[in-house]
Each structure stands twice: as C-alpha cells, then as structure tokens.
Design a binder for this molecule. Structure first.
Ligand code: MN
Ligand code: MN
Length: 472
C-alpha cells in the first residue's frame, strides 16, 4: 500500500483571512469592530480622541500620573500633553531600565482649520475662512457635508467646546462647488490646482438680521456673531484663540453588501491608535516589559509642535515614570531604557486598489484587503529617503510573535518605487536607538473624506498589537 506523500512547499503567499476565520473569532471581530466604529464616530478630532481615550482607560483602572507617588509592577497611569497627545503606561514585571514595549499611533487627521480671523461676509453669505491641515486632496472637500468641532479659548482662560453637525437635529455646513455648466475652464485644470486652498471657504449663513441694542442696520455677519454669542458667549476676537476643525459630518458606517468593511473619516490613524489602546487595556496579566501606548498629535504635519513626536514629550515622560519607579534613577538609566525598547509604529498603509493598479508595487509587495495586519519594513520616497527602515532582525522577531499568536499578517509598501512616498513617527522614535517598525491597517482612499478599512484587517491589527505587548 502506497503512503500519501506529504506536500512540502517553500513558497509563501499570504491568505485572505476570512477563509480560515473560526466562528468564535468572527464573533470577537464583529464586537471589536462595532466598538471601534463607535470610537471613530465620536473621536472626530485629536482633542475628542484624547477625551474618549481617557474615558475608556479610566474604566480599566488607568489614573493620571499625578495620583501616584511611586510606581510598581501592574500600575496603570496616563500622561497627557495639551489635551491632544496621550501616553498610557502599564508597569511590567521587569525594571524599566530593561526597556519598554511601545505601540504608537496618531489621532490627528487631515482637515480644514479655521483661520485666526475666519468669519467674513461676501456676496450675500457669511463664510468661514480656513487653512487646510495635512495632506488633503482639495476636491474631496467641496460639495460634501461638514461638521465643526473644537475649542474657543477666551482671554480669561475659560474654554468653550464647540461641536456642530453630528446630531441629525444639528445644521451642517458645506463648501460649494462650481456647477458643471460653468466649469468649462476649471475642468481643464489639473486636479491638483482646480480647487484652490483659498477656495475652501465654509458656508455659515445667509440671513440678515438687525444688530442688538437698537442697531437697526441688518447684516448677515452680525446675525452669525449674535447666534454665536447667544449660544457660546463668544465674540469675533475670541476666534483668534480658537482651534476649530472642519471635518466630514456623520458617523462611521459599515460598508458593502456583506458588511465586511468600515467607511469613515479619520481611520488614519485612529484605527491603529485605538487598536494600540485596546490591546493595552485587554492585557490581563502584568506584562513582562512595561507597555506604553502613544496616541499622538501633529503626525500629519511632520510631528512638529509640543504635542508632536518630534518634541521631548515622550522622553521627558519616560524620565518622570522612571523616577517614580526608582528615585535613584539616573539620566543614563533613561537612555538605556530608551535604547533597549521595542516599538510598533502603529500607522496605516495603502492597499492595492484595483481602480489604480498603476501605482502598486509589483510581485506581491502591496498589501491587499482582508489579508491581515500590514508589516511595512520601510516607507520614505525615492531611494528610501526619510525612511526609518526596520532591521531584518526586528522584522524576524515580529514575524515570530505574529505567527506564534496566529495573527493574520502580510507585508506592504507605500506604492511603486519613485511614485511618491510618505513617513510616520517611526523615525522620531528610532533616534533613541530602539527597534521600530511600521505596522497597521491597510486603507483604500487614505486621506480622503471617506477612508475604507476591512474589518478583518482592523481586528488582526489589534490581535497583533496585543501579542506584541504580551511577548517575552
Ligand atoms: Mn498616518
Ligand atoms: Mn496620514
């Protein structure tokens, strides 16, 4: 009797994760994705993402660092910066000087910011003048429904939160587009310049009303300022110290007849930042190494500013944490801790899009939807310029952790060589000499007003992050 020959293959081809997903895991996936959709729908700005994260972390026993005089294994604390960037720390069994396990994503997303003097009247309407933030394609922002979120800070320091356009009973806003009948000239302009940055003015109102206190002259702008004063107690000068962000209105939604995807604004990078947060919250046992979650601001404009990862916030906070663990901790101990750390730079990657195959890297080097968490060895542009470029050794270690934990994963690149490029916070963290690799969810329509992510990839990224935190 002949025995069946066992097939051996040395080929590797990532599989569609739905094909081998168990019923039990499918249930977990759906639960995780519905909770993420709720988060994404609320966290429309970095400030709102911060608030939601604090709420969630508090439920899991995280407390502000100021509440602790000393830190020991198992303790859970968070540190904020400017109400925008947050760092959550869970002290592990090993001393901090052995290094950290860090997952860092960002919660800012491309949008339109109000200018310091934003409200003006022209041609029978009142508009909000904006400056776009991050890499947008301007034509996405005309003819869409918009909401406004942010804060106005009065000169006495009081802060007024503004949020208009999400509730179905709220008014919404829009930026008008040119009618096709009169767009003959504009239609021939390159996509890049057809809609101008200075053309992104948001329609706020159109009804003239008499001013207050006997001022008989009717004005649309006066009416808008009256409404704002009645509702929020603010005046025109207060907009100088305001941060108002114009974003797509409405919640994240399931996408597709099979409901296998999620459409929403700001997946980049709330999808990875949330996965890092949830992974940290869901670790049951005290981890071997101290786990750190970073949900940071300003990534989309190069990580500048005091709340960006190009600041000393991270380093200063680690020094604080270490001095609470060991009051004799030296500057050298902090440097050792940083250089011995390992990090997943939790950011999104692009997917192979059958609508635009011409920009894809060939030979299976593009991430595909539903093929799992995307591991990106390098980003950058041209000859890897600006890339952090993870070492082969660290990529090997991540492969082992993901495979041992049964995480569906794949590799990805930011498109074809010489087609374009981009970067993440990875390089700012690599400065300390730690191992860092980009790793996250693949998207269709990155930086658009309707970004799309596959549920399987969203869940597997969370699963991979959790395995990283739990690794020995
Ligand atoms: Mn990003
Ligand atoms: Mn981005």
């Amino acid at each position: 009797m002949a025995t069946a020959k066992k097939e051996v293959s040395f080929e590797w081809e990532p599989k569609n994760g739905w094909e081998s997903l168990t019923k039990r895991e499918e249930k977990k996936l759906e639960k995780y994705c519905s909770e993420y959709m709720e988060f994404l729908s609320k966290a429309k700005t970095e400030r709102l993402a911060y608030d939601e994260s604090v709420k969630l972390a508090s439920q899991y026993g995280y407390v502000p660092i100021g509440d602790k005089k000393k830190l020991k294994a198992g303790d859970k604390v968070y540190v904020g910066s400017g109400g925008k960037t947050i760092m959550l720390v869970r002290i592990g069994n090993r001393p901090l000087s052995d290094g950290l396990r860090i997952i860092g994503g960002h919660t800012d997303a491309p949008r339109l910011d109000s200018k310091p003097i934003p409200i003006y009247e022209e041609g029978g309407v009142v508009l909000l003048d904006t400056n776009y933030y991050g890499g947008i394609r301007k034509y996405h922002w005309v003819s869409s429904t918009l909401a406004i979120h942010g804060v106005v800070v009065k000169q006495d320091g009081s802060k007024i939160a503004i949020s208009i356009g999400e509730d179905l009973s709220d008014p919404i806003f829009t930026i008008t587009d040119l009618l096709p009948h009169l767009a003959k000239k504009q239609s021939k302009e390159p996509l890049e310049s057809a809609i101008k940055g200075e053309g992104l003015n948001v329609l706020l109102g159109s009804r003239p009303v008499a001013g207050k206190d006997g001022d008989k002259k009717k004005s649309i702008k006066k009416n808008i300022l009256n409404i704002l004063n009645d509702k929020y107690g603010i005046t025109e000068e207060d907009f100088v110290s305001a941060e108002l962000e114009v974003v797509p209105a409405g919640p994240a939604r399931e996408l597709g007849l099979d409901r296998s995807m999620i459409a929403g604004y700001g997946h980049d990078d709330r999808v990875c930042a949330y996965a890092g947060l949830r992974a940290a919250l869901d670790i049951e046992e005290i981890p071997e190494y101290t786990s750190v979650v970073l949900m940071c601001d300003k990534e989309e404009i190069g990580s500048e500013g005091s709340t960006g990862m190009n600041s000393y916030f991270f380093e200063n906070t680690i020094a604080e944490i270490m001095s609470l663990e060991n009051s004799k901790c030296s500057n050298l101990d902090v440097r050792r801790c940083l250089s011995r750390s390992k990090m997943l730079s939790a950011d999104v990657c692009c997917l192979h899009d059958p609508n635009y195959p011409e920009v894809s890297s060939p030979n299976g080097n593009m991430a595909r939807i539903n093929h799992g968490c995307v591991v990106v060895k390098y980003t950058g542009a041209r000859g890897k310029s600006g890339a952090s470029d993870a070492s082969a050794e660290f990529v090997g270690e991540i492969r082992r952790i993901f495979n041992e934990a049964d995480v569906c994963w794949q590799v990805g690149l930011l498109g074809k060589v010489d087609e374009g490029g981009g970067g993440t916070i990875a390089k700012f963290m690599a400065r300390y000499g730690m191992d860092v690799i980009d790793c996250g969810v693949g998207l269709f329509g990155m930086h658009s007003t309707v970004e799309v992510a596959g549920k399987l990839d969203i869940y597997m990224t969370y699963k991979g992050y959790k395995a990283f935190f739990e690794s020995k």
